[in-house]
Design a binder for this molecule. Structure first.
Ligand code: GCU
Length: 592
């Protein structure tokens, strides 16, 4: 059955944070529904496709008197906090994968000349959305935003929003069934009712032109405009105050020459206030301006060669054992990276929260942003491709104004086959068609023969970086052996090592031959850094990983207990010995 991936075609409202919103975060009642009782009749037919369209939990029947037999009632159910995954909120839900229903009552006083949208930051994985018993639509993809216009379904006063969430893993989905991270289910990011004027500023891009720090280039898209509407771009600090007239479709493209602009970089993450206004609407954003390019084996930030001192991280609060929920959570993770001496982070393996990128802009961290095309997915399935392309497109559309993002990654550790090359190749082309100002990459794998590590994945030819994962000292070879290895990289491109590392249980000390000990992990880092420093063209690394994270694939009862222990910091915030090796390396590593 073909799925209508509309979340890109129905362009998201850019910068929801700066709009008039009613937050729908907070406590939502929930019903666990492993047999999809609220969605399918006993013939397994969806109620919402029946003649009446009624019969599902989205009817939200709460007064049994009226329909005696209703076998559910949200009013008597406990609640889950939104935003938040369900797994970390109730022990009985820790391993739960399947269908769970959410309900949120809310009151709104509608205004005549306004439009209304319900916007979800992210819901993992497949979600069916109902407002006041009427279906709004379906979304697939657990890490990107989606919205529905609801003016015709909202009522003045009391409303109820019901969301059926299904995080069941399936082969043809993105990601597929096998991942080394916890399959957190639920409404994991903010939910807002957004109120806009009839004609409003739906989308805009305001960035420097490709590789040109003398020109701001962008566009503005109005939604609901009668055409010929005037729009203004203001950047007060740069004395920019430009007026334009939108075309019949409500679109304006512009190029504004700039002088004396302070370029954004991790040391001085300068953000400018940018105001965009139209006859009925106005939106303000904080935007940094920088250029990013490669030249031979160099990565040029604002025209200067840099070394990216990085670390990888998941969207998980180790102290909670759940998805990052608040500014505070996200700021904590980025601050840990800064304390380590990083100027760069790899946000793995899926689109992270928009707030994370805005904080990276503010705190001064370069970002590798990735879509969950992870390991072996269904390369020949057209639906799978559409799904991947949709998640990529929505991610780029959401974050295109973030200076911190310098690299779009189209996937991680995918097997080299013809079908995969075609699939990934199309994603690379799509990325470049949506944004030609950033680098495009993927986390490739290496081949080994004797003491030679070879990187010659054909996909590398289409990418801007020779970026790959290698686990010398952990999945292959011994830490002591590493200095004997050398790399044979077939691309004259900047080399960025996207993963290396090893596991250690914080507090377990032994000799450096004993796996899981901090000393073993420490030696991996000592010798990995020596081995990598020999690479001509090494321009960045993101060791795996900042902090221990939950994984259903890690069942060693002594050292793991469902935690991947490759963190440099434990899940209780303890810094392991390897942490200090990397910190020292970054303290001495020059940026040039
Ligand atoms: C892989 C993968 C990660 C995983 C890591 C590991 O390379 O990309 O998602 O967690 O290795 O094995 O720890």
């Amino acid at each position: 059955m073909s799925f209508n991936f509309n979340s890109f075609s129905q362009k998201q409202i850019q910068n929801v944070q700066d709009r008039t919103t009613l937050s729908l975060n907070g406590d939502w009642q929930f019903i666990i529904d492993p047999y999809k009782m609220g969605y399918l009749d006993y013939r397994q037919k969806p109620f919402d496709e029946s003649e009446s369209g009624k019969g599902g939990f989205y009817d939200n029947i709460t007064n049994p008197g009226k329909t005696k037999r209703a076998e559910y009632n949200f009013d008597y159910e406990p609640s889950l906090t939104v935003p938040g995954d369900w797994n970390s909120q109730y022990e009985k839900l820790e391993f739960y994968e399947g269908v769970l229903w959410y309900r949120r009552n809310f009151t709104v006083s509608l205004k005549e000349d306004k439009r209304y949208f319900i916007h979800f930051g992210a819901v993992n994985y497949e979600s069916h959305i109902y407002l006041n018993g009427k279906k709004l639509g379906v979304n697939k993809g657990g890490f990107t935003p989606f919205q529905f216009e609801v003016g015709d379904k909202l009522v003045d006063g009391d409303n109820f929003l019901v969301v059926m969430v299904d995080n069941t893993r399936k082969k043809d989905e993105v990601p597929t069934i096998n991942t080394d991270w916890w399959n957190y289910g639920g409404i994991t990011r903010d939910v807002n009712l957004v109120e806009t004027p009839e004609s409003f500023i739906n989308d805009y891009k305001v960035q420097l032109a490709k590789n040109d720090a003398t020109k701001i280039k962008g566009y503005i898209e109005l939604d609901g405009s009668a055409g010929e509407e005037s729009v203004v771009v203001q950047i007060p600090e740069l004395k920019i105050n430009q007026s334009y007239t939108a075309d019949a479709s409500g679109k304006v493209s512009f190029e504004i020459p700039v002088k004396k602009i302070q370029l954004w970089n991790p040391e001085f993450p300068k953000l400018y206030e940018v105001k965009i206004s139209s006859s009925q609407d106005a939106v303000t954003d904080k935007i940094g301006f920088r250029t990013i390019a490669t030249e031979g084996k160099n990565i040029l930030l604002n025209g200067e060669s840099i070394f990216m001192k990085g670390i990888a991280m998941h969207d998980e609060n180790p102290l909670l054992g759940g998805r990052l929920r608040s500014d505070g959570d996200m700021r904590m993770m980025l601050r840990w990276a800064k304390e380590l001496g990083c100027n760069y982070v790899r946000l793995a393996h899926y689109t992270h929260n928009e707030t994370m990128l805005r904080l990276a802009d503010e705190m001064g961290l370069l970002v590798w942003s990735e879509v969950p095309v992870y390991w072996t997915i269904s390369w020949e399935n057209e639906e799978t491709y559409k799904n991947a392309e949709n998640q990529l497109s929505v991610s780029i559309q959401r974050d295109k104004n973030r200076a911190s993002i310098i690299i779009w990654s189209v996937g991680n550790e995918t097997p080299v086959t013809e079908a995969r090359n075609v699939f990934m190749g199309k994603l690379v082309d799509k990325t470049r068609s949506l944004d030609d100002t950033r680098l495009v990459a993927a986390a490739l794998e290496v081949e080994r023969e004797g003491y030679t590590i070879t990187v010659d994945d054909t996909l590398g030819e289409k990418l801007d970086l020779a970026s790959f994962n290698q686990y010398g000292g952990w999945y292959w070879s011994e830490p002591k052996e590493l200095p004997k290895y050398a790399f044979d990289i077939k691309f004259n491109k900047p080399v960025v090592i996207t993963e290396f590392g090893g596991g250690a249980l914080a507090g377990f000390h032994a000799d450096d031959d004993t796996m899981w000990s901090e000393e073993y992990q420490e030696l991996i880092y000592i010798n990995q850094l020596k081995m990598m420093d020999k690479i001509d063209g090494l321009r960045g690394i993101t060791p795996w990983i900042l902090v221990d994270f939950k994984s259903p694939r890690r069942q060693n009862p002594v050292y793991q207990q469902f935690w991947n222990r490759k963190g440099l910091i434990s899940n209780t915030g303890v810094k392991k010995k390897a942490y200090f090796i990397l910190k020292e390396y970054y303290r001495n590593k020059s940026l040039k």
